[in-house]
Each structure stands twice: as structure tokens, then as C-alpha cells.
Design a protein around this ligand. Structure first.
Ligand code: 5GP
Ligand code: ZN
Length: 117
């Protein structure tokens, strides 16, 4: 099971693996997805290794709010203000999570289908 030592997003947060960073502070990082599924596709992650949204507790509420609002702010800056975007958290196998470090996807710049496959 992936832990901090072999977690690709922990390595990106630590600067060990490069990424196209959009924003960074002491508790979070935003960067462009390496395999974009839309003209705008970036991820916002906490620097702390939280596996997924199911692991979050009440104390994580403020952090989750900050991650969400940062995704919104960046989406605006990248031109999605008028046309909108999709803000997504995949979780575990049914949710299609492939990297076990909490991340919010933001996809925009094209019309997305609903429901997802
Ligand atoms: P998940 O499927 O877990 O919700 O999303 C993981 C996302 O991380 C995928 O969209 C994938 O393209 C992206 N990703 C995986 N490895 C890397 C990487 O090394 N760098 C970047 N920038 N994105 C990655
Ligand atoms: Zn991690």
C-alpha cells in the first residue's frame, strides 16, 4: 500500500518529482495534471499525506475548504469563470482513484458529459 515514502504526490509536494506548479503554500499545492482530460485540468492537494476523502475527519474541514476555494480561484484565473468547470474528488476503487493521496480535480475549457462512465 502506498504510504508517504512511495507516494507520487508526496514526492511532488516535496519537490523530488517535478510538476507544473500553479500555486503553493505551506499546506497545499496546485499543479497541472500530467494527462489532461480537458483544456483545463489541474489538481489541488494537501501537502500532508491524506489517503482519500474517506479518511478525512472533522478537524480537516478547514483544510478541505481551503483546497476547494483554491481550486475555484485557479479555475477563475484559467478562464472558467463564465463557462464553469467540474470539481471532482475520486475515492478508492469505485470512485476511480488511482493515486492514494487526496486530490481535487478541476476540469474545464470544454463541455463535459454527465453522468460519468
Ligand atoms: P485519480 O485517478 O487518482 O483521481 O487521479 C490521479 C491523477 O493524477 C490522474 O489524472 C493522473 O493523470 C495524475 N497524475 C498521476 N501521476 C502524475 C504525475 O506524476 N504528475 C502529474 N502532474 N499528474 C499525475
Ligand atoms: Zn502522499
Amino acid at each position: 500500500m502506498a504510504g508517504m515514502d512511495d507516494c507520487i504526490f508526496c514526492k511532488i509536494a516535496a519537490g523530488v518529482i517535478p510538476a507544473k506548479k500553479i500555486f503553493e503554500d505551506d499546506e497545499m499545492l496546485a499543479f497541472h495534471d500530467i494527462d489532461p482530460q480537458a483544456p483545463v485540468h489541474f489538481l489541488v492537494i494537501p501537502k500532508r499525506h491524506i489517503k482519500n476523502i474517506m479518511e478525512c475527519e472533522k478537524e480537516d474541514g478547514a483544510l478541505l475548504g481551503k483546497l476547494m476555494l483554491k481550486a475555484q480561484e485557479i479555475a477563475r484565473k484559467l478562464g472558467c469563470d463564465e463557462t464553469g468547470a467540474r470539481f471532482v474528488i475520486n475515492c478508492k476503487s469505485d470512485g476511480g482513484q488511482t493515486v492514494d493521496h487526496l486530490h481535487i480535480h478541476t476540469l474545464g475549457g470544454r463541455k463535459l458529459e454527465w453522468p460519468p462512465g
